[in-house]
Design a protein around this ligand. Structure first.
Ligand SMILES: C[S@@+](CC[C@H](N)C(=O)[O-])C[C@H]1O[C@@H](n2cnc3c(N)ncnc32)[C@H](O)[C@@H]1O
Length: 220
């Protein structure tokens, strides 16, 4: 089993601008009660979904609003993204989001086997320089962790705009028999499903003319 002490950091900065007093209030007063606690998981929801690296929260919030009967665990170490989601949760009184401001791998290690019904990793940091590629989040270690916590039939969705990252992801999936790639034709990975809203990072990839790859796997 991969072990957190030997894991490389897969994210960039944790903080952008200094939070305003209102934002500091959200972090101090609201984040603690909305932080995911594996000892006390959200109750009364028909499923639990996990988003790793939600960035500005566009996808997490869309899914939470469209699926009020699903509990969503959102993980993101970047404080500014967490503040955006906290603002939306408190403004719109969203009941079905729990947050982890930190490395998602810590959450995945803390939750019971077969407890996640769907997981999303949308446009993970590309780490384009060759010497940094070992920092890429989606690798065989992460897949082993996710395979443990996803129930049979659960779906894992991954998006990327980096061709060689898509290729190394698929190589990692090819040697993990617990995930089966759902692709019969190129449309299956070229076209984003309608219940997969565009994220901010994806919009940038579109503007800059990069291809996007939408990969879907089922836990066998
Ligand atoms: C390129 S951004 C994409 C953000 C968003 N998913 C989107 O599509 O706009 C990748 C995000 O993953 C986060 N991230 C990287 N490693 C992570 C980890 N181990 N756990 C949770 N989030 C992580 C980064 O902080 C960053 O916000």
């Amino acid at each position: 089993m991969p072990d957190s002490e030997h894991e490389l950091r897969s994210y960039g900065r944790r903080r952008g601008r200094k939070p305003s007093p209102r934002q500091s209030g959200l972090l101090q007063d609201d984040l603690p009660r909305l932080t995911f606690d594996p000892a006390s998981p959200p109750q009364g929801f028909k499923q639990t979904w996990l988003e790793i690296g939600f960035g500005g929260g566009e996808h997490l919030l869309w899914q939470a609003r469209h699926n009020p009967d699903v509990a969503l665990i959102g993980c993101e170490p970047f404080e500014d993204g967490v503040i955006k989601v906290l603002t939306a949760i408190t403004t719109d009184d969203l009941k079905n989001i729990r947050l982890h401001m930190g490395d998602a791998r810590d959450v995945v290690r803390s939750i019971p086997a077969a407890s996640i019904d769907r997981a999303f990793i949308l446009f993970p940091d590309p780490w384009p320089k060759r010497k940094h590629r070992k920092r890429r989040l989606v690798n065989s270690s992460l897949l082993a962790l996710l395979a443990n916590v996803m129930r049979t039939g659960a779906e894992l969705r991954i998006g990327t705009d980096i061709g060689d990252y898509a290729r190394t992801m698929l190589e990692a999936f090819a040697i993990e028999p617990r995930f089966v790639w759902q692709a019969d034709s190129p449309e299956d990975w070229r076209i984003r499903p309608s219940d997969w809203p565009e994220t901010r990072y994806e919009a940038k990839a579109v503007r800059e003319g990069r291809n996007r790859y939408y990969l879907r796997f089922l836990r066998a």
